[in-house]
Design a protein around this ligand. Structure first.
Ligand SMILES: [Zn+2]
Length: 468
């Protein structure tokens, strides 16, 4: 059976339950609805990568939007090239099946596959975002995501002009659906995936307002427009959920106070506040261009933290991770685990590959800005209002799907989708098929030996070459 995965970034199970009567298309999935456990950290880059690969971050190698490059001693942005394990569309290509993939995070640069990829979050502006390139002519006017609007960070716009931000988010949602349908119409396909990201942004910026409902409603309408056109097995997934932020933990302030972090010079004014908003009006164009490249998080640390001299620093708010020198790792883990806020210990540290990753209690968020002020504080007016929680949603609708209300993990999505497509499960996958099928008959195979023969593969490759 053809299968379509619809991603609603950050869709929160409690909100879906609360609003289900007003979301008629998502309601069709409600018979088979459960929770989807995210990765640690519950961040979009590792979680979506686990969803599309079926393996945990330790195996696919992506922990955040950023990584610390020890050779150049600088923070860099990751790309699809960092994914060490094939994604669902690579596996399908290998057996001659076609995929249409729109706006999945960390798919830039888009890979050449059987089908089409329109890359998602982390695509730099003015770079090619479609593969094969000729598909671009179907996407004239496609709105990419930028982190800023009118040269002002979106969170400042959200504070002063939420209606404007909402119009842009609505436009992005419509364009994801339009592009997806346009490609499904014009290319043959077995698997389709589209991710709506406006839900993540609206919950970060405008949590606890009616705007959040408006975005859920809008996404529900667009899902309806896809479903009325194509018969397939449908899955709705979110990479994590959301909660309201009560307190921010300024992790780099803590590491500075405990003398693990060395600051550069006397720059003591980097802060997200009124002064910062004002400052943005007068920034030189060069700096604005930096913002456009999603580098705000990097730029705000590069000029303040001495990476060479520091023994430890927080990589980014989204990673909730600390880069630490070996000799202080244990001390840092102890510091984090024993950190108290009103007799509550809100953080738990875990060592993971090169990082110390923090598991956070609900209600708290980590801020990576070093401003030499308080370590713990209530969110200011320009801070995020909502933060990622550990559980997203998993829903299914279609043939052979039964009533279900349970809990699965992000790594279970790929095997479940493969089972719905009557395909065996690759041996290297960490997840397992969800118990949502009326008839369950799981087979596992070594993917490299599965499907089309080497001879057929050679013929396909030569045809691809000829058409280039
Ligand atoms: Zn996300």
């Amino acid at each position: 059976m053809k299968s379509i995965v619809i991603g609603i970034d950050g869709a929160e199970p409690k909100l879906i339950e609360k609003w289900i009567d007003d979301l008629p298309n998502i309601q069709k999935f409600y018979g088979c609805f459960g929770k989807l456990e995210s990765t640690l950290p519950p961040s979009s880059a590792p979680a979506w990568t686990s969803i599309v690969t079926g393996v945990n971050p330790e195996k696919h190698g992506i922990f955040d939007f950023f990584y610390f490059d020890r050779e150049t001693m600088s923070i860099k942005t990751i790309s699809s090239r960092f994914r060490k394990v094939p994604a669902i569309w690579n596996l399908l290509s290998r057996i001659g099946r076609n995929s249409i993939v729109v706006n999945v995070p960390v798919t830039y640069p888009p890979e050449r596959i059987n089908g089409v990829i329109v890359s998602g979050l982390l695509t730099p502006p003015n770079e090619n975002f479609v593969e094969p390139k000729e598909a671009k002519q179907l996407l004239k006017g496609y709105k990419m995501e930028h982190l800023i609007i009118d040269d002002l960070p979106i969170r400042i716009s959200a504070r002063y002009n939420p209606e404007k931000v909402m119009n842009i988010l609505r436009e992005w949602i419509e364009w994801r659906r339009k592009a997806f349908i346009m490609l499904l119409k014009n290319y043959s396909w077995d698997f389709g995936m589209v991710v709506f990201r406006a839900s993540d942004l609206v919950q970060h910026f405008l949590w606890d307002s009616d705007y959040v409902f408006q975005i859920y409603k809008k996404i529900d309408e667009e899902i309806g427009k896809i479903m009325e056109l194509y018969k397939a097995n449908y899955f709705i997934v979110s990479d994590h959920g959301f909660y309201g932020i009560k307190k921010n933990i300024f992790l780099n302030n803590l590491l500075y106070e405990k003398k693990y972090l060395e600051a550069i010079g006397r720059i003591r004014t980097i802060d997200i506040g009124k002064r910062f908003a004002k400052l943005l009006y007068y920034l030189p164009k060069k700096f604005i261009r930096l913002f456009r490249k999603h580098l705000f998080s990097i730029a705000s640390k590069e000029n303040v933290i001495d990476f060479k001299k520091s023994k430890a620093f927080c990589l980014s708010s989204s990673s909730r991770a600390i880069v630490a020198k070996k000799e202080v790792k244990n001390e840092i883990i102890e510091l984090i685990n024993n950190f108290e806020d009103n007799n509550i210990k809100p953080m738990k540290a875990t060592e993971m590959n090169d990082y110390i990753v923090i598991d956070l209690m609900e209600g708290y968020a980590i801020v990576d800005v070093l401003n030499f002020r308080k370590i713990i504080d209530k969110p200011g007016e320009f801070h995020f209002k909502g933060e990622h929680s550990k559980y997203g949603i998993f829903m299914a609708y279609g043939k052979n799907i039964k009533e279900w209300n349970g809990e699965i993990k992000v790594v279970d999505v790929l095997p479940t989708v493969f089972h719905s497509m009557n395909l065996p499960i690759p041996l290297h996958v960490d997840g397992k098929v969800a118990e949502i099928f009326k008839k369950l008959n799981v087979k596992k195979v070594d993917w490299n030996k599965y499907g089309i023969s080497e001879k057929e593969l050679k013929i396909i490759k030569s045809i691809v070459k000829l058409s280039q």
